[in-house]
Design a protein around this ligand. Structure first.
Ligand code: ATP
Length: 301
């Protein structure tokens, strides 16, 4: 654990440590006994970080995201720091408090894999975004206008702002979910497999959008993903999780080029396209070509 840390420590000087987890444990009870989904996780996220959480299915990535956003009870320490004021985020403090924009308190938003569950299909795109800032009240004209600005920012054209969520494509719904999260001006935006349910072209366009947002808006981003392709495209730093534990962390490019933990090596070995450097063979599936484009910066033909 904690490999490639020295240069990270240098880069973190003078930045705000938004969240700090120490010894965080999540356990689930089942008929077979107690299952530990997070096992003594230590993690800091600094303002401006673009962090990826990578691991196989079941490694605890979503559970970690749910702890961060306040949806998952846990044991251990979780502190946030805003404007120099440090406060403990106990499991008892409501997720609503953390997910809303309360002055002086940290705001953490999460975009999930499927926008089906987070967007009411009967709402229009603009209502879905304005509702987030209106906190249950009727949105004001100013809140609706701001919602429209966020929708335009994420690439929803004005003529679609009044379309119902059920009338939008999967990619457009994910854009609305991202606009809704951004409208609350979060200190930290978590995207949990936000592109995995999308087709290859839409997935690439959402990755491009997130890349632009992290640069243009200076969003602190935590991307939860099972694949290094997305991690490489969206993150500078990376943690690799296995069985609820962090087995490696450091600069994403360094982990991809020189993984230290055996598990990271296995994960990367399962991605043969990482080694591909030449032009796409005619029979290579488009998905591999896209992944190669993102990983190597080469244009697909
Ligand atoms: N509410 C729950 N009750 C019991 N077990 C759970 C619960 N939530 C998660 N788990 C278990 O905890 C482990 C970690 O789950 P988690 O969803 O965090 O993994 P993940 O890495 O995000 O996987 P995936 O990529 O498939 O979503 C899994 O074995 C999962 O079955």
């Amino acid at each position: 654990m904690n490999i490639h840390r020295e240069e990270d420590a240098m880069a973190q000087q003078d930045r705000e440590r938004l969240v700090e987890l120490k010894n965080v444990v999540v356990e689930f009870e089942s008929s077979g006994g107690t299952f530990r989904a997070l096992d003594e996780v230590d993690l800091s996220i600094w303002r401006g970080d673009h962090l990826a959480v990578v691991g196989e299915s079941g490694s605890g990535k979503t559970t970690l995201g749910r702890v961060l956003v306040g949806l998952q009870p846990f044991r251990g320490e979780f502190a946030s720091e805003i404007g120099g004021a440090r406060s403990a985020l106990t499991p008892a403090r409501t997720s609503r408090q953390r997910r809303q924009r309360v002055p002086g308190d940290i705001s953490i938003q999460m975009v999930f894999q499927s926008s089906e569950s987070s967007l009411d299909p009967r709402w229009t795109a603009v209502a879905a975004v304005a509702e987030a800032t209106a906190r249950g009240k009727r949105p004001s004209a100013a809140q609706r206008a701001e919602a429209e600005r966020y929708l335009t920012l994420v690439g929803i054209p004005p003529h679609r702002h009044r379309a119902k969520a059920s009338e939008l494509s999967g990619g457009q719904r994910q854009r609305v979910a991202i606009a809704r999260a951004l409208a609350l001006k979060p200190d930290l935006l978590i995207c949990d497999e936000a592109t995995s349910a999308l087709d290859v072209a839409t997935r690439a366009s959402i990755i491009t959008l997130l890349t632009e947002l992290k640069h243009d808006l200076g969003v602190t981003l935590c991307v939860i993903t099972h694949d290094f392709t997305t991690a490489r495209a969206l993150s500078d730093t990376c943690i690799v999780m296995k069985s609820g534990r962090i087995v490696e962390q450091g600069a994403t490019a360094q982990i991809i080029s020189n993984p230290q933990a055996e598990y990271s090596q296995q994960l990367l070995a399962a991605v043969p396209r990482l080694q591909v450097t030449g032009p796409r063979p005619a029979d290579e599936p488009l998905m591999s070509a896209l992944d190669r484009t993102i990983l190597t910066g080469q244009k697909s033909d």
